[in-house]
Design a protein around this ligand. Structure first.
Ligand code: G
Ligand code: MN
Length: 231
């Protein structure tokens, strides 16, 4: 297993504010599989607890090292699947990773999709506990699937990640641009930060920059890289 890290950049200062950790599996034949290709296997075979443990520990250790190496405000975002989140020990796993490494809670963000949020009251309770510890929560892939406004209204989130499918055509389709602008304005009105995903062209950056102070992520800003080459 390995974690690759992709930069997240504040569009109005061009400061790299953090990275998103992306889980990969280097298979015996040398091919590198992405998390979506194998996480369901870990879920089925009961390995998900150990996998979560490894991701949390590795990511927090890497950020602490970058901080020691001079990137003092480095932050990391970690993707959490519904089954990982539903594990009863998840909140303890997170607090233990922070305690073991000494990483401040505010330097850790958990990225969850709407499917996690649709699982009921215990989920919301776990989210509130994480929030009360100071950990940031991002709603991933917003704008794809069933993204609902109730989620924005009621969930204890701190950030919305604008899905790549919306960002894809902001520079070519006026409707995409209007949708992006509206979502960004809506989120800012709710006190939520926004991160646009999948930015690949300067033209997209130019359009998004008109919509307010957001974060941007994508191949234009940086491809996912190994921990050693982050700092
Ligand atoms: O669901 P989530 O947004 O976490 O998915 C992140 C995935 O998107 C990663 O596998 C990452 O490699 C990929 N990715 C990151 N930036 C870009 C981009 O600019 N374009 C495309 N097509 N994919 C990207
Ligand atoms: Mn993500």
């Amino acid at each position: 297993l390995l974690l690759m890290y992709q930069p997240q950049v504040a569009l109005h200062t061009l400061e790299t504010i953090g990275v998103e950790a992306l889980l990969r599996w280097k298979k015996p034949d040398g091919r590198i599989a992405t998390a979506t290709e194998f996480i369901h296997i870990a879920e089925k075979t009961g390995l998900i607890h150990e996998l979560t443990e490894w991701v949390l520990r590795t990511a927090t250790e890497d950020v602490v090292r970058w901080r020691e190496q001079g990137w003092h405000h480095a932050c990391v975002a970690i993707n959490v699947s519904p089954m990982q989140f539903m594990e009863s020990a998840f909140v303890e796993q997170v607090t233990q990773a922070l305690a073991a490494t000494g990483l401040p809670p505010a330097a850790l963000e958990l990225e969850l999709t709407e499917t996690v949020f649709q699982t009921g009251a215990p989920t919301i309770e776990a989210l509130r506990r994480l929030r009360s510890l100071g950990i940031a929560i991002a709603l991933d892939d917003f704008g794809s699937g069933y993204s609902s406004l109730t989620s924005l209204e009621q969930l204890p989130i701190t950030r919305v990640k604008l899905d790549r499918s919306v960002v894809e055509s902001v520079d070519s389709n006026p409707r995409s641009a209007a949708i992006s602008r509206s979502i960004i304005t809506l989120c800012h009105g709710l006190g939520l930060q926004v991160m646009a995903e999948g930015v690949e062209r300067t033209e997209q950056l130019a359009v998004l920059a008109q919509f307010g102070p957001i974060g941007v992520q994508g191949y234009l800003l940086g491809h996912p890289a190994r921990a050693e080459s982050v700092v």
